[in-house]
Design a binder for this molecule. Structure first.
Ligand code: M6R
Length: 608
């Protein structure tokens, strides 16, 4: 996820672009840059780090000009660096591009362009775009952009300027957001509304495959077959603050809703029907995978819970022993590690001090480390042997939501990749799981539609002092995550228990009115879990049950049921957790808690 802006008008573009980018920093902040046309020449200033670095650089090298584009980056392809920062120029420097999204076929395009003599200077997927446009340019920038875009597969919002047509800005989108701001004698493009709100509240919301051509005289919208499109102007009535959250009241809710896309993005170009799983970012060889005799998964908090799901899945699909550890415990327990040990580190931020220390401990003892992280260029990503990025985009709310579901996706991909390399599953079995994975984004959307039931349930229980989450097997791992969400955002004391363990002590706490969330999604454990639910309902518990569609007898055992669409049992955590996140959110809102910044917590825990 990145942020793009563009400006055409009579004022100096530089400060307007930077101001727009400052409203988009929530979309990415590992590097930033602007390109502005001055006297038929494109000047670019860009650098690694926060927008402040760009501002400093611009104060040393001010850019003149009234037409330009800007970008704030969240690295996916290529580490955060000055060279990988956008805008990217074509080889002859006449075309400059900013891009948000992922070009799936960039490797092929890069090879093809290289064979035509084009040289690349960055590690990004984006750089193929200006090169392709230059290749197709025959005196008409709109035509060249259209031809280039027709060759690109993937998601994109793209802004293009060309020094040979210095009065034009061309943009297009597909599967990445893009709006056009309509000011008085000045026009804007942006990834999101807040970037233009200081200048105008009138905008066009572009649809997929729509092009926009902006000059000082106005805005022209075109379809991919060059027909002019008429569109209603959308007048923004929200406050700038609400707009930054995409109209949601809190970042947590926005990020919960971003999960279908984050799940899809994380699988992009890695899981494809009929093709082997390709984990582009990891270099571990088949031989090395075969030599591993033990895996540790080490992480903290929500990432640790994703690791527990990882253990179930890797042990099931790869038949290898996996231990999951809390990072702060792992480093002090003198774990048995050698060259045949693989460590998988999971960390959204890639900066958690305990996780980092565990990584260093494992490396010091000769283990190979794969990092699963959401932040390109983070310390964890730099110190691990291999990195597998979750492509969730920046997570702002302290409570982790989309990072968790994308970490689960990554656990499945690692398990399948290992199963593929160790021949523990047949191709048909791998294909069946992959096909089910590809249905998850749509099914995740269905889970988001169940908000009303959860909101009602939350309004009935938000005054409770405690609650329990029960599950067996992989559901127990999800119960832990659901319980953590409730604790951290609503401050209700909550415990997660394995269904079968309750009767060994904790059941003493169940009394009339105790709130229990019971997960019974796993086929082989369903009847056992129903018995555990009866153990608590007979003692007066009020139970919200979760099971898969079709298990209607659950309705007799609990107060309310929430159904999860059918999919391979091991993938269900991705869906089941969504209503649990929503439940925690609604309870917190009812209680008036500070949802995005819960008390005593920080987003990134960089101290031991
Ligand atoms: O950035 P990390 O994934 O390493 O962070 C680990 C935990 O601090 C984090 O998951 C924390 O538990 C979240 N606030 C949970 O929502």
């Amino acid at each position: 996820m990145c942020g793009i802006v563009g400006f055409v008008g009579k004022k100096q573009a530089s400060s307007i672009l930077v101001e727009g980018l400052s409203k988009l920093e929530y979309r990415g902040y590992d590097s930033a840059g602007v390109a502005i046309i001055d006297n038929d020449h494109i000047n670019v200033v860009k650098c690694k780090g926060r927008l402040k670095n760009l501002e400093n650089k611009l104060s040393e090298h001010p850019l003149k000009g009234i037409l330009g584009i800007g970008h704030t980056r969240w690295a996916t392809h290529g580490k955060p660096s000055d060279l990988n920062a956008h805008p990217h120029n074509s080889q002859d420097g006449t075309i400059s591009v900013v891009h948000n999204g992922i070009i799936e076929n960039y490797v092929q395009l890069r090879e093809w362009l290289t064979s035509k003599g084009y040289k690349f200077v960055s590690e990004t997927d984006t750089e193929v775009i200006p090169q392709l446009i230059e290749y197709f340019y025959k005196g008409d920038i709109v035509e060249a952009v259209m031809r280039a875009i027709s060759k690109i597969k993937g998601s994109y919002a793209v802004g293009v300027i060309c020094s040979k047509e210095p009065g034009k800005l061309v943009a297009v989108r597909k599967d990445s957001p893009l709006i056009v701001g309509l000011g008085k004698d000045e026009y804007y493009i942006a990834s999101d509304i807040p970037a233009v709100l200081n200048h105008t509240r009138d905008i066009y919301l572009l649809n997929d495959n729509e092009f926009v051509v902006i000059t000082k005289d106005g805005v022209k919208l075109l379809s991919e077959d060059k027909k002019e499109i008429k569109k209603d102007v959308y007048h923004v009535t929200w406050s700038a603050n609400a707009a930054e959250k995409g109209g949601f009241d809190h970042f947590m809710m926005k990020e919960i809703h971003e999960q279908p896309k984050a799940i899809k993005d994380t699988m992009t170009s890695r899981i494809m029907p009929g093709k082997p799983i390709t984990l582009d970012d990891i270099k571990i060889t088949k031989e090395q995978i075969k030599n591993i005799d033990k895996i540790y998964i080490v992480a903290c908090g929500t990432a640790y819970h994703a690791g527990i799901v990882g253990k179930y899945v890797i042990e099931k699909l790869v038949r290898m022993p996996v231990e999951v550890d809390i990072a702060s415990e792992f480093r002090y327990r003198n774990p048995i590690i050698d060259e045949r040990t693989l460590m998988i580190i999971i960390s959204q931020s890639g900066e958690t001090a305990d996780t980092l220390a565990a990584l260093r401990e494992a490396k010091a003892h000769g283990a190979r480390v794969i990092a699963v992280t959401n932040v390109a260029g983070s310390t964890v990503s730099r110190e691990a042997d291999d990195v597998l990025y979750t492509w969730a985009g920046p997570e702002i709310a302290v409570a982790s939501t989309k990072a968790y579901t994308t970490q689960l996706i990554t656990m499945y991909m690692i398990a399948l990749f290992f199963a593929q390399n160790r021949n523990t599953l047949s191709q048909e079995e791998i294909e069946a799981i992959k096909n089910d994975m590809l249905t998850l984004p749509e099914k995740a959307k269905q889970m988001l539609e169940q908000k009303e039931v959860l909101q009602k349930f939350a309004s009935r229980i938000y005054m409770h002092k405690e609650m329990f989450f029960l599950g067996r097997g992989i559901d127990y791992a999800v119960a832990m995550e659901g319980s953590l969400k409730v604790k951290e955002v609503s401050y209700i004391h909550s415990e997660a228990y394995a269904g079968g363990e309750l009767k060994h002590g904790t059941i003493a706490l169940i009394e009339d009115g105790t709130v229990v969330i019971a997960l019974a999604t796993q086929t082989s454990l369903y009847q056992k879990m129903i018995s555990n639910i009866r153990e608590v309902t007979t003692r007066g518990a009020r139970v919200l049950g979760f099971t898969v569609e079709g298990n209607i007898d659950m309705e007799k055992a609990v107060d309310s049921v929430l159904y999860v669409p059918k999919v391979n049992d091991i993938l269900l955590p991705v869906l089941t957790v969504i209503p649990l996140q929503l439940l925690a959110y609604y309870i917190a809102v009812q209680k008036g808690c500070d949802v995005d910044k819960p008390r005593n917590l920080a987003k990134s825990v960089t101290v031991e």
